[in-house]
Design a protein around this ligand. Structure first.
Ligand code: PMV
Length: 361
């Protein structure tokens, strides 16, 4: 396991004048949720997620050595157009990562980014976006230090992505990623995400995630504010302890293929996340009436058919419908016949678990 000191760059052995890289990084969906953090993006509890496959950010990074090393210098394009609203997030990312990437002020960067999922679909792009950016900076660091090995490359990319947005550290690798110290995972750390170290049961191979877009509006609470509300939350300590227990149980379910246990933990985690928001001060309800309609219809369908389909939620109204690949035809028919009516403009996205960030040649 690497420590924070290991990520402080050594003296670089190569000189790089200019160039470009391009990486895609996927979104991820947490099963055991991260909600609450300490200083420097350290999670208050461990979490585990499925890495997705289709919902991705693709980011090209061009760089050119510059004369003056006094400040960060970058152009930011989103889908080919300048995007001033995204600049503060990038600026903050550069500030937080500079001590680990000491070359950041030596180059002018052009960051050219796009998502494969619709903009403002309510799907957070911060995880995929920060992961894609971190991969590119690591490619540049690897040119400056060609001896770097792959294990370090990916661990540091996840470490940097975490500094941009906590859950982004789980978007570097696939298919199942654990982030945060946990007794059952000897390599687990608060500093970066690690691949699930047990064999994933066949029931979960190509596990499906159909994302129902219930409400595409701006998020009512940013995750920064949400995490903050766990400080002094009356149920915080209980919740953090529960996340540890749920991660143990989920580990067993993922390894043994126990779909009933998987469903219980996953749905309970989603509702717990929302309960934390409903019981904080100020309080929020992030579900919409259609979210509840969908949940009830999933429960009814599961009872009637015995098909092991379940849901999870992010910090918003959209519903992730999770199910085994074997049941894809029947579940998609159910979604089209019964659930699409509750989606905004009938929109949904078909995704499944995937392998993490990929370099684009
Ligand atoms: O990565 P952040 O700070 O945007 O927090 C994400 C928190 C949840 O998406 C609600 C849960 C999780 O573990 O991904």
């Amino acid at each position: 396991m690497l420590s924070e000191k290991d990520f402080i760059a050594v003296n670089y052995t190569s000189f790089v004048q200019n160039g470009s890289f391009e990486w895609s990084a996927p979104s991820n969906i947490a099963l055991v949720k991260y909600w609450g953090k300490k200083e420097n993006q350290i999670p208050a509890n461990p979490s585990v997620s499925f890495t997705l496959n289709n919902c991705k950010t693709i980011t090209k990074l061009k760089f050119e050595k510059k004369e003056n090393n006094g400040a960060f210098s970058f152009d930011l394009l989103f889908e080919g157009q300048p995007k001033p609203d995204f600049r503060p997030k990038i600026e903050k990312f550069l500030q937080r990562t500079e001590q680990y990437l000491p070359f950041l002020k030596e180059y002018h960067f052009v960051i050219d980014t796009q998502n494969t999922f619709p903009h403002s679909s309510g799907i957070a792009s911060s995880a995929s976006g920060m992961a894609a950016l971190a991969m590119n900076f690591m490619s540049l660091e690897k040119q400056l230090n060609p001896q770097m090995d792959d294990a370090y490359f990916y661990a540091k990319a996840s470490f940097l992505a975490r500094l941009g947005s906590g859950s982004a550290c789980r978007s570097v690798k696939g298919n199942v990623v654990v982030w945060g110290e946990h007794r059952d995972f000897t390599e687990s750390t608060n500093l970066y995400g690690v691949e699930f170290p047990y064999v994933l049961h066949n029931n979960f191979k190509n596990y499906q995630d159909t994302i129902l877009l219930v409400d595409k509006g701006e998020k009512q609470v940013s995750s920064t504010v949400g995490h903050e509300l766990m400080h002094g939350h009356p149920f915080a300590q209980q919740r953090f302890a529960q996340a540890h227990e749920n991660l143990s149980k989920l580990k067993d379910a993922l390894a043994s293929g126990d779909l009933d246990a998987f469903i219980k933990i996953t749905e309970s985690e989603a509702l717990t996340l929302h309960s934390m928001m409903m019981t904080s001060m100020p309080y929020f309800i992030l579900m919409k009436p259609n979210t509840l309609e969908i949940i009830n219809r999933i429960w009814k369908f599961r009872n009637e058919t015995n098909i092991p389909v379940c849901f999870t939620l992010d910090a918003g109204a959209n519903v992730h419908v999770l199910y085994p690949e074997n049941d894809k035809v029947k579940v998609l028919e159910f979604i089209k016949n019964e659930l699409v009516a509750y989606c905004q403009n009938s929109q949904y996205i078909c995704d499944e678990i995937g392998n993490g960030a990929q370099q684009i040649a």
